[in-house]
Design a binder for this molecule. Structure first.
Ligand SMILES: CC(C)(COP(=O)(O)OP(=O)(O)OC[C@H]1O[C@@H](n2cnc3c(N)ncnc32)[C@H](O)[C@@H]1OP(=O)(O)O)[C@@H](O)C(=O)NCCC(=O)NCCS
Length: 147
């Protein structure tokens, strides 16, 4: 776990990020989506690296005291080593500095790994968004947390 470091996502990181994105989601984000997050004003992006290689990333948006986790993924070969925890810890620390109080996200109802991960950070189920996802069609569980 000690070999994992984080830093802000940069344009040159996007090809490596896209590889993880495509391994992690059935409807992956495009290159444009990540570039948009990198340059958006009210966005927080970080990558996690192990031995200089990108192994995970997080994208969060914030407005006033509310933050929305848009994307979080870790390379399948590097899961359960604390990379996502590191990314979340850093996001929560930065969002607190920006006076954010609430944080929410959507997750596929069947995604027990992510649901357990977020529950570990104190997130609680707050509703269902019907047919939020495609490929396959699935409801999203809305989860809310306090910062
Ligand atoms: C969810 C995800 C980001 C977790 O990344 P990770 O780096 O493996 O997470 P961590 O190692 O920091 O795990 C922290 C804790 O979360 C929980 N957790 C993580 N993966 C889990 C799994 N597969 N099953 C059950 N609990 C899990 C555990 O409590 C874990 O602690 P432990 O390893 O000491 O038991 C990763 O599984 C992933 O990229 N999934 C695919 C993309 C995705 O679903 N993203 C979220 C979309 S909302």
């Amino acid at each position: 776990m000690t070999d994992i470091v984080t830093r802000k996502m940069e344009e040159d990181d996007v090809p490596a990020v896209l590889k993880i994105e495509r391994l992690s989601f059935s409807t992956p984000w495009s290159e444009y989506s990540f570039l948009n997050e990198i340059y958006k004003k009210y966005a927080f992006t970080r990558v996690a690296l192990s031995e200089g290689n990108i192994i995970g990333y997080i994208c969060v948006n914030f407005v006033l005291h509310e933050a929305h986790i848009l994307n979080l993924a870790v390379d399948p070969d590097f899961r359960r080593r604390g990379a996502a925890t590191l990314l979340m810890d850093e996001a929560l620390r930065e969002l607190k500095k920006k006076n954010c109080v609430f944080i929410y996200l959507e997750v596929r109802v069947s995604n027990t790994a992510a649901r357990e991960f977020y529950e570990g950070f104190g997130f609680k189920p707050a509703g269902i968004r019907k047919k939020y996802y495609a490929s396959p069609d699935e409801d999203a569980l809305l989860m809310m947390g306090r910062i």
